[in-house]
Design a protein around this ligand. Structure first.
Ligand code: SAH
Length: 349
């Protein structure tokens, strides 16, 4: 039998697995605590578990551990970007950021991505595979251990489209907010999607309290399709209706991300169109000056255009922030660290 991935099991599943091995429920509670609260790195660290049971566990279960391959720290703001190795040799990146409201970790949900957004580095090599819940959890756990600091917020905004790995995402979200684990409230978790309508609707029915961010990047389908192939699949009207449905069910303020690309989506007329599109919604627009990716050939909007875009939204009473750039000296844009690592590896071959 294939060893099953113990860190991807929720408490009830772990309890059932251990019951099948003839173990009592309190053992499951102890092991779950070792895995998800004490964040141990191996069965051998579980000192209140008998040697015999630890050995049985080693036979029966696989244990997800991430290997720190690289870490870059920004000299500007202390943001740290980690590159983690997975058991099969793939690598993913995760980012640690300190904000006034607490420490945040940005995690990846897939190895690579198949959405193909034209400005994004994560999608250059396509999708390799989905991440298991244990691999998403371990990014947060590992960073909490490496920094020695409590993580307060989690954003699923790294490499990958979280709604393209839906079941594992939901399991991750439930486990990270479980009080038997890190107990990070859904209110402190944000999931960012490129706009997969059926999944947005399904997400609203999960009974979670997470924040939902939509990568909007344009106020109409025509401009959006120039940046995001997925726009040809789901029209904005349907996406916004699904976002409104999520708001109706959860009451969580919606976030719309808008990466500004010089000459493509940063014109004043588009800012006015965006204001009309979002009017009346309880939402925040997050403007992100695009991080130029060498292979992508798109340029960041000029400072004056960014300011102008923001002013137009404000005049129309849309909540807007320009995302404070974190770690701009360390390739913190999605997928850039992984990309430069893979280029180095290819160069070595
Ligand atoms: N697939 C999800 C989450 C990952 S991308 C999504 O599309 O939302 C996280 C955010 O970063 C998205 O808004 C994405 O469009 C944006 N992004 C990706 N590459 C970028 C770049 N080079 N510059 C600025 N924003 C970028």
């Amino acid at each position: 039998m294939e060893p099953s991935d113990i860190k991807s099991m929720d408490f009830d599943e772990l309890r059932a697995e251990l019951a099948a091995l003839g173990e009592k429920e309190f053992r499951a509670a102890q092991i779950y605590e070792w895995l998800h609260k004490k964040l141990c790195g191996s069965f051998d660290e579980m000192t209140n578990i008998s040697l015999a049971l630890r050995e049985k566990c080693k036979e029966r279960f696989s244990f997800c551990n991430l290997l720190k391959v690289d870490c870059k720290e920004s000299a500007l703001d202390g943001t740290r970007k980690y590159l983690f190795g997975l058991a099969d040799g793939n690598v993913v990146e995760s980012v640690f950021m300190r904000y006034h409201h607490g420490n945040s970790v940005c995690i990846s949900s897939q190895v690579g991505c198949r959405m193909g957004c034209t400005f994004c580095a994560s999608t250059l090599g396509g999708l390799t595979r989905n991440l298991a819940p244990s691999e998403m959890l371990s990014q947060v756990y590992e960073i909490q251990k490496l920094t020695g600091e409590r993580i307060h917020n989690v954003v699923v905004m790294g490499t990958g489209e979280p709604f393209d790995n839906y079941d594992n995402l939901i399991r991750f979200l439930k486990m990270i907010s479980d009080d038997r684990g890190l107990n990070i409230s859904g209110r402190n978790v944000t999931v960012s999607t490129c706009g997969i309508v059926p999944r947005i609707r399904q997400f609203g029915g999960e009974g979670l309290t997470c924040n939902l961010a939509l990568s909007l990047h344009a106020p109409n389908d025509e401009v959006r399709a120039m940046l995001m192939p997925v726009a040809r699949r789901y029209p904005l009207a349907e996406i916004l209706a699904a976002m409104d449905d999520y708001y109706g069910k959860t009451g969580r303020r919606l976030t719309f991300e808008y990466s500004l690309v010089d000459g493509v989506n940063d014109k004043a007329a588009l800012a006015r169109e965006l204001s009309l599109l979002l009017r009346g919604r309880n939402c925040l627009v997050n403007l992100i000056p695009v991080n130029p990716v060498k292979e992508r050939g798109c340029r960041r909007s000029r400072a004056g255009n960014i300011e102008n875009f923001k002013n137009i939204l404000e005049k129309n009473r849309i909540n807007v922030t320009i995302r404070r750039e974190m770690g701009s000296d360390i390739d913190a844009a999605c997928g850039q660290l992984r990309k430069s690592y893979m280029d180095r590896e290819v160069g070595r071959e």
